[in-house]
Design a protein around this ligand. Structure first.
Ligand code: RUB
Length: 331
């Protein structure tokens, strides 16, 4: 793992409030990216936060973490990333350290999370690409850097893949994926979501990303993912999920469900259309749940994990200390 070079950041420096607003507005999106963005914002806050005593300083950092954690409800990478940073600081705070020591511990934990997250995406690419065969036609949904890491690596290995990208309404993240893959030199076709089944007929694999993994092996990802999985299942096409282990949702161990984010209806119809059709109701859930039986396997930085192996993986990674959940595990 190459240490994070501060100053060569993925994101511009922002305040905690700005980061919260950006996350809410989806200016930064994708589960891995939002986790790293929040970790960076929390780190930068922790660097400059004031406190006359370690308790006062730590209270301020905790409040900032709480705010960032609440920006989006579904991608568990966000609370897991923030918790990882806070855990680093809290261990130091609870050991009776000075303000400066707590500050350093928090900053180090954030850098550790960010570096490990970037590393995890690369490792997933390497592991996942081994499962891609020469000439595979792949369908993908939304915009996942972990899923793209697999496709890019397969391309690097000269596997001559072709990728069909669902446009992914309502926010059209599929356009971003198609642009990035085509720019990388991959044979890429953009399709509308309703053309997925037609194209599944000549696909060999569906590869998608992940916002959360539940203890029973179910996948939570961008709305429409479960339709892709159903079509893949029907067509006997391999359905692979690229997921860093900080996407494991540990609260599901206690039987809690993953919150599904419902966003502004203006994402699916214009204000004008709504005004002209006052009797129409709207619903805009932006994630859905794919049952484990439609998933062949998860590609994590720890290796390939079938849905039935998720519980064991959670048990292995879970540290029974509140707030220590799910740091990236590339070490
Ligand atoms: C993005 C989305 C992505 C996952 C995984 O949703 O569903 O498939 O977040 O992405 P949104 P990654 O655009 O609402 O954030 O692999 O980059 O973490």
């Amino acid at each position: 793992m190459e240490a994070l070079k501060e100053g060569k950041e993925e994101f511009p420096k922002v305040t905690v409030d700005e980061a919260y607003d950006s996350l809410k507005a989806m200016n930064v999106h994708g589960a891995g990216r939002i986790a790293r963005y929040a970790a960076q914002a929390l780190r930068d806050y922790a660097k400059e936060a004031k406190g006359k005593s370690p308790r006062e300083y730590w209270g301020n950092v905790l409040k900032a973490g709480e705010k960032l954690r609440s920006a989006r409800p579904t991608a568990v990478s966000l609370p897991n990333g923030v918790n990882y940073v806070l855990y680093g600081g809290r261990r130091s705070f609870e050991s009776g350290a000075t303000v400066e020591e707590v500050r350093n511990a928090t900053v180090n934990a954030a850098n550790d999370f960010i570096t490990s997250s970037i590393d995890a995406v690369r490792i997933i690419g390497e592991i996942g690409a081994r499962r891609v065969k020469n000439g595979d036609v792949i369908i993908t949904h939304c915009n996942s850097e972990a899923a793209m890491s697999i496709m890019k690596k397969a391309h690097d290995l000269g596997k001559g893949i072709k990728v069909y990208c669902d446009e992914t309404r309502p926010k059209f993240q599929g356009h971003k994926t198609a642009a990035a893959l085509a720019a990388y030199g991959i044979d890429t076709t953009l399709i509308c979501d309703s053309a997925c089944r037609v194209n599944m007929a000549h696909a060999h694999k569906a590869i998608v990303g992940c916002d959360a993994i539940s203890v029973n092996g179910a996948l939570v990802n961008k709305i429409g993912t479960s339709q892709v999985a159903t079509m893949a299942h029907e067509a006997r096409v391999n359905f692979m999920v690229a997921a860093e282990t900080y996407k494991l949702d540990f609260k599901t161990l206690n039987g809690e469900l993953v919150d599904i984010e419902e966003r502004d209806y203006a994402e699916i119809a214009s204000k004008e259309w709504m005004t002209h059709n006052p009797k129409v109701k709207f619903s805009n859930p932006v994630f859905d749940v794919t049952p484990p039986e439609y998933i062949d396997f998860y590609v994590t930085e720890k290796g390939i994990v079938p849905p039935a192996g998720v519980f064991t993986l959670m048990k292995e990674l879970y540290q029974y200390t509140e707030g220590a959940q799910a740091g990236p595990s590339t070490r």
